[in-house]
Design a protein around this ligand. Structure first.
Ligand SMILES: NC(=O)c1ccc[n+]([C@@H]2O[C@H](COP(=O)([O-])OP(=O)(O)OC[C@H]3O[C@@H](n4cnc5c(N)ncnc54)[C@H](OP(=O)(O)O)[C@@H]3O)[C@@H](O)[C@H]2O)c1
Length: 310
């Protein structure tokens, strides 16, 4: 039954493009699940996240939603037939841009709640995990405090606005003007256009003295984001930008060790109940994965892009 599958792979080392190939379904070990992939969340990282011990051809991708088909003999808590969404980063057996994926049982796996379909579920794990870890690092910001998000209209920003509002924070966010009404509809109070060199001043006018915290989501935004944080506030460099702290502002990357499984499960349930929204700009048939990758690489997608498998 599970002998062959289609997958988008990097064919060999040093090749930038991906190809659709037929290949063997991965064999699972005692500590792994075999998942029939139903939908795949697309991210800019998919083109370059490869495990150190990669073997070619290598199915790319780290995020998906699907149905558990088999479980390894040592796996507890998962059963064939379970509907799950997951992040399985850097798996030597290959990633999620495939009809089947081998997933370590200790990966970030969350059950898909009733009311959420596979496409919506596949759009949440990577961005949700990142947002929830970043927000946890901002625990000291009280309700009524303020957050600026540099990159409020993308996969991370659209969720971050809503999670921040639920914490009672006032939110400012940047994107091009055509995304401003959209960010307002998610709860942003102050919206600025990053093309306008005056935007940091506009944020300082909104929040005199500076915001309590900022999330620099898009690469290259950390320096300007730092300039709108109040003395002694906090900057989370989601993109990994490196900036020298100033004025006692604490600068850090998204903490990797934080376990937000519980919060991620809650977020999915809130989305299923329409209490929060997962923004999906476009759903692509699996066969059009290259177009989805090209679109996400423009860094101008609104919310998430998702591949659907039949
Ligand atoms: N640390 C982690 O754990 C982690 C995890 C995942 C991702 N990341 C990082 O997060 C970033 C990707 O975030 P994402 O997935 O949310 O991106 P994304 O979905 O590709 O973001 C696209 C959106 O960003 C807006 N945008 C583009 N350039 C901008 C700029 N200079 N300032 C403000 N907005 C801008 C675009 O709006 P317009 O069309 O209006 O321009 C578009 O709507 C990457 O840097 C990645 O490395 C980090």
């Amino acid at each position: 039954m599970f002998e062959g599958m289609r997958a988008f792979v990097k064919p060999e080392s040093g090749v930038d493009s991906i190809e659709l190939v037929e290949m063997a379904v991965p064999q699972i070990g005692d500590d792994e699940l075999l998942v029939r992939v139903k939908a795949v969340g697309v991210g800019i990282h998919d083109s370059y996240f490869l495990p150190g011990d990669v073997k070619y051809p290598f199915p790319i991708g780290i995020e998906a939603a699907g149905v558990v088909e088999r479980v390894g003999s040592g796996v507890r808590g998962h059963r064939p037939g379970d509907h799950i969404a997951f992040v399985s980063s850097m798996q030597p057996k290959g990633g999620t841009w495939a009809e089947y994926a081998a997933v370590k049982a200790n990966s970030l796996i969350v059950p898909i709640p009733a009311g959420l379909d596979f496409v919506e579920a596949a759009a949440v794990p990577v961005a949700g995990n990142t947002v929830l870890r970043a927000v946890k690092a901002l625990d000291a910001v009280p309700a009524g405090g303020s957050l600026f998000i540099a990159g409020g209209s993308g996969a991370i920003g659209t969720l971050a606005i809503q999670v921040a509002r639920a914490r009672g924070w006032r939110v400012g966010a940047s994107a091009s003007e055509h995304n401003h009404d959209h960010m307002r509809s998610l709860g942003a109070e102050a919206v600025v256009d990053y093309h306008d060199p005056d935007w940091p001043e506009q944020i300082r006018q909104w929040m005199p003295g500076g915001v309590d915290a900022a999330m620099a989501v898009q690469p290259g935004t950390a320096i300007d984001s730092l300039s709108v944080v109040r003395d002694g506030g906090k900057l989370i460099a989601v993109s990994g930008d490196v900036v020298a702290p100033e004025r006692d502002v604490h600068v850090e990357a998204v903490p990797h060790g934080t376990d937000v499984r519980g919060e991620l499960t809650r977020l999915m349930t809130e989305i299923a109940k329409n209490e929060k929204r997962v923004e999906i700009e476009r759903v692509y048939p699996f066969e059009e994965a290259q177009a989805a990758l090209a679109k996400v690489q423009t860094r101008h997608a609104r919310g998430k892009l998702v591949l659907r498998l039949e």
